[in-house]
Design a protein around this ligand. Structure first.
Ligand code: AMP
Length: 289
């Protein structure tokens, strides 16, 4: 495994691999790596000859400067985790990626304007700006993204379509702790009590999934939102059930056979997100009938 800091070194390594006919799998990350990231890297290794992982805490996607400041940075441990799994680790300085630290503007309708786009203004502009740069530099055959960031994945798919980029985006399942908490770099910042409180997010998602066929949408959202009492230790930012492709809010289940319920909540000042996909039993039955 080689750790690279400059675009020119990275492109030279990739050009050499491509000249030998090797395929390239790419996993963009912001570091503070955990088993969720490693799952993506293993998927890349199963698909491609050369596995490239980027570690770059992208300043333009942080709408909250304090969140950027507190984002964990653990490059040495990250490289130890990636050893034997990745071939190239690209860990550039901010100045290598940006001459001016600013984003282009991107508009993919509801995908960029709703939920994360609404509550984190400019976030997806930053995400699309850095992902476009990285995909242009790495030129991978496949790029791997987690469903943990379900809306981000939908935005990236729209970006790649809009820009005609010759890369396949591979969605990867969310990896969870044994008790259900979705793995996240931000979990490192939770204290013992907050770690316990945070479980409410995944428990609520699973509860709603259990009731997806015996409740209507309004009942499901009421059931979910009522779990976030003032005593829960969590402050709910949003809970929504939307079409998994368009992010249109679901009112009529039959019109949206593939939906997703998404939650963003604060535990103290730590913002966590999670989601679960929903496929209604009656629409599934109709499809297979
Ligand atoms: P991040 O470092 O948070 O920007 O995440 C880098 C990539 O890892 C993104 O595609 C995330 O969706 C993915 N990822 C983060 N956490 C998980 C997880 N628990 N399971 C699967 N993928 C994840």
């Amino acid at each position: 495994m080689i750790v690279i800091e400059t675009i020119s070194d990275l492109t030279a390594q990739i050009a050499e691999a491509k000249s030998k006919g090797l395929t390239v799998g790419f996993v963009p990350t912001m570091g503070a790596l955990h088993q969720g990231h490693l799952h993506l890297v293993q998927k890349a290794a199963a698909a491609a000859d050369l596995v490239v992982v980027s570690i770059f805490v992208n300043p333009t996607q942080f709408n909250n400067p304090d969140d950027l400041l507190k984002y964990p940075k653990t490059l040495e441990a990250d490289c130890a985790l990636l050893e034997n799994h990745a071939d190239l680790v690209f860990a550039p300085a901010t100045t290598e990626m940006y001459t001016r630290v600013e984003s282009k503007k991107w508009d993919f309708g509801r995908l960029t304007s709703s939920l994360e786009g609404h509550f984190r203004p400019g976030h997806f502009d930053g995400v699309c700006t850095i992902v476009q740069k990285l995909l242009t530099i790495v030129q991978p055959d496949w790029a791997f993204f987690g469903k943990k960031d379900f809306q981000q994945l939908a935005v990236i798919q729209a970006l790649v379509r809009a820009e005609g980029m010759p890369v396949s985006i591979v969605p990867c399942d969310t990896i969870r702790e044994p008790d259900g908490l979705a793995m996240s770099s931000r979990n490192m910042r939770l204290n013992h009590q907050q770690r316990q409180d945070a479980l409410l997010i995944s428990r609520t998602l699973h509860l709603l999934h259990d009731h997806k066929d015996d409740c209507n949408i309004e009942q499901l959202l009421d059931l979910g939102k009522n779990a976030f009492t003032p005593a829960s230790g969590l402050s709910l930012e949003y809970m929504a059930i939307v079409d998994a492709l368009t992010f249109e809010p679901v009112e009529d289940k039959a019109a949206h056979p593939h939906a997703v319920i998404l939650i963003a909540a604060f535990v103290g000042d730590i913002r966590l997100i999670d989601n679960i996909e929903l496929k209604w039993a009656d629409t599934l039955a109709k499809k297979t009938a």
